[in-house]
Design a protein around this ligand. Sequence first.
Ligand code: WTA
Length: 631
Amino acid sequence: MNFKIKSFSEYESECNRASDNPEGFWSSIADHYSWQQKWDQVLDWNFTEPNVKWFLNGKLNITENCIDRHLAERADKTAILWESNFPDRDSEAITYQQLHYKVAKAANGLKSLGVKKGDRVCLYMPMIPELAIAVLACARIGAIHSVVFAGFSAQALADRINDATCNIVITSDGLYRGAKTVALKAIVDLALEQCTCVKSVLVKKCTSDPVAWEGGRDYWWDELMDQQSASCPAEQMDSEDPLFILYTSGSTGKPKGVVHTCGGYMVYAGYSFANVFQYDEEDVYWCTADIGWITGHTYIVYGPLLNGATTMMFEGVPTWPDGGRFWEIVEKHKVNQFYTAPTAIRALMTCGEEVVNRSNLSSLKVIGTVGEPINHEAWEWYKRVVGDNKVPIVDTWWQTETGGIMISGLGGHSPQKATFAGYPLPGIQPCLVTPEGKEITENGVEGLLCIKHPWPSIIRTTYGDHERCRVTYFSSFEGMYFTGDGARRDENGMYRIIGRVDDVINVSGHRFGTAEIENAINETDFIVESAVVGYPHDIKGQGIYAYVICDKPISDFDQARKDITAMVVQEIGPIAKPDKIQFVVGLPKTRSGKIMRRILRKVAEGEPDKLGDTSTLLDPAVVEDIVKGAH
Ligand code: WTA
């Protein structure tokens, strides 16, 4: 698709074209894709309900754009390049032709199990090619995929399956993650004790470890695929039919299912990929995220395949067998674009430069980062050690809700400034507002980051609860989408994301609501109440600091900490384990009973001398105890 911007001046003129006439601009971008029927209206929107529709009455199937349309020119080009967890195992290259065949078989396999357009399919899988194939197979037949990261617990999985009333789960016997194996099928079996909606479980063999089997419900992936035809016509989808649901955490309540739709998501995923990564036809592109997160959806599967790219999938972890693994893979496959998270960069920094220098990284043309603010030290190290001081860094700011990258450099075309994401993509209209909702128009300021105009891949709703979508994103500031982030805009209009201003914490690039972790902790039988805050953590960005009140004096603190941690692992998963647990007798509350998290944050940050005004507290003495007992 020929919509790649080739210079900064072209970027500027595209921005002008988009702001002068957003609908004309996006329709010219959408024209690059193949549609079964053209839209009759580009956009219909208001941010009050909210109601956003793009490319109205357009008909398409995203998989025809990801696969079929490349067969004429790229049938034998590698679409998915898979690298195993084990360095000595062979990689796997799946061409566009083979992908076409595998997706058709998987789509027919799903149909044979009764899956229809509009049904929800839960994917709880390792980073193996079948995960991407299953995603595309759902899209092929118009089923809505809901991928759940395979690090979540049985309880978290059950919650997500029930919320979306999925009738099928696709999983594997187990998975490899570095030196560990995880028995995924057993976790699914446990989750399904709570899910009456699930009628079938499709299991890909991965570790070959023994699994329990429920006849009539469980099917082996390979056996089912063997029986299928390799041709499956693409279901005709409306632009606004849902493509997928992806659960993400907010300030309150349980994680919510962010819904993206077929047309707009496709247009923005392909456009943003081509421009941010400046992908060229022969390049090998690698995003190290997991497909369980939005980054994997948009920038491992859809964005690259829409552009006919070679996209790499890696099953393992950056630090196993040692901290050189990423760099060995870059050398082995001559990776041209490499996209990872600050937490991985910080972890790999601790392994030393010599580990990086063992590998030849001269193939790199663009290196990217996503998921959390990148600190100065990590940015400089990435630039110098990985990028040899010459490869441009794209610091890409976006969210599950935005569907694609919103603020970022475009390869090497944009000005670079350490820790700054930079300028918005054409057609994106960010702004900063005061807490009172007044837009700040000058530069050299900080404010709350909002977006003023819809873009094609904006969240459409939260599954099953549209009101929640309205309240969370569209009610804080009238006529604007509120991101939940604070940002700084420098004198030149470049943006630097400061971080969340709500009760969401970002741990190793994973989003958690503090309330979600508190609810898990409170399930422990001896816990009366808890409060969770984030604090700066050298590797994870933010660590989880939990203040807990017990129903009786504790004699064995180590055991109590273990019990609390085990409960969080059971309720959410190991990724949400608290880093610090402090036992307290009370929490700082206002007279109306609200916890003053500001105080807890300051103590957790190790700045008890900066508590500010505590005069509105019900019992200021509580604070002294907390400060004394802090870690
Ligand atoms: C944060 C991940 C600073 C931010 C794609 C946002 C970032 C949240 C950046 C979304 C970045 C993401 N710089 N912060 N480049 N990218 N964030 O939904 O706080 O998992 O609101 O999407 O991550 O996280 P999510």
